[in-house]
Design a protein around this ligand. Structure first.
Ligand SMILES: [Zn+2]
Length: 276
């Protein structure tokens, strides 16, 4: 039986940070976004070849992904067979008691892990404050020079709500074990969040690790943080959104979204701390 910890989140919501945090635990190994490894388009595969792994090696030389690559004789074999190879290599290297952390984010990449007798799935649903999410996507769209609706902060604000509501409904399914984590809570009060997350995952997690990411993290993709060891050192909160105003107007126009964000991201325990 393999236990898969599946990090579900919207893009730019801290999934790389959470996967490195979990991967630093001795009973878990983070292998990044498994779904990305199975992109079959040539551009996707070619890009993957050039992206280094968070362990410091290139994909072909990585102790985990290099071996998976080697064992996948037929590159076009079906998705189920590919996931089987990932599991087999993982169990061989780390044993059956180590938790596999997949940060593929989208609910649709949960499918290959679900409804299997030999896989137990635990979903960690990570939500970032709508103001921080909006600012991050808004600035990203500006940097990229997008001239379509993505240049409006309100677009990202509404999108955050629509997609998270949809995930709420999906993860309510009775056969899914799901635990919700607020990104802000996690970064600012890890000593409160981690023990509860550890209890859900069945591991002791009393305090944050001294360093995020270890040689036993194999995160191929994700944001730049995964590949920059000097930024992996500790849990840091990205508070840049506080200095931008793009979210002001949508937060006034859509108070129900602000209420949903507050309720979803901050637990009652830490909300009282925020107000102090
Ligand atoms: Zn690696």
């Amino acid at each position: 039986m393999t236990t898969v910890v599946y990090i579900a989140s919207l893009p730019r919501s801290g999934s790389t940070l959470l996967s490195l945090l979990l991967g630093a635990h001795p009973k878990m190994v983070a292998i990044g976004e498994v779904s990305q490894f199975f992109r079959t388009d040539p551009i996707g595969q070619e890009r993957l070849e050039t992206i280094p792994c968070s362990c410091g090696a290139h994909r072909r030389d990585c102790v985990f992904w290099g071996r998976v690559h080697h064992e996948l004789k037929e590159i076009h074999s079906n998705v189920e067979a590919r996931y089987r190879v990932v599991r087999a290599v993982f169990e061989d290297l780390y044993g059956p008691d180590t938790l596999l952390v997949d940060s593929s984010k989208s609910p649709r990449f949960l499918t290959p892990w679900r409804h299997r007798d030999d896989v137990q799935v635990k979903v960690v649903f990570l939500i970032r404050d709508v103001r921080a999410y909006t600012t991050s996507h808004h600035l990203h769209a500006r940097r990229r020079g997008h001239t379509d609706r993505r240049r409006f902060a309100s677009y990202h604000f509404l999108r955050w709500y629509r997609l998270n509501r949809r995930r709420d409904r999906l993860f309510e399914e009775p056969d899914l074990n799901c635990f919700r984590v607020g990104y802000e809570e996690l970064c600012l009060y890890p000593e409160r969040v981690l023990p509860a997350l550890g209890a859900f995952l069945g591991v002791d997690f009393d305090s944050p690790p001294s360093r995020l990411g270890t040689l036993e993290s194999h995160v191929l993709r994700g944001n730049r943080m995964a590949l920059q060891p000097e930024k992996n050192g500790r849990l840091q909160y990205d508070h840049r959104w506080m200095f931008h105003r793009g979210w002001w107007l949508p937060s006034l126009l859509f108070p129900h979204i602000m209420a949903y964000s507050t309720q979803s991201v901050y637990s009652p325990l830490t909300t009282t701390l925020w107000q102090q």
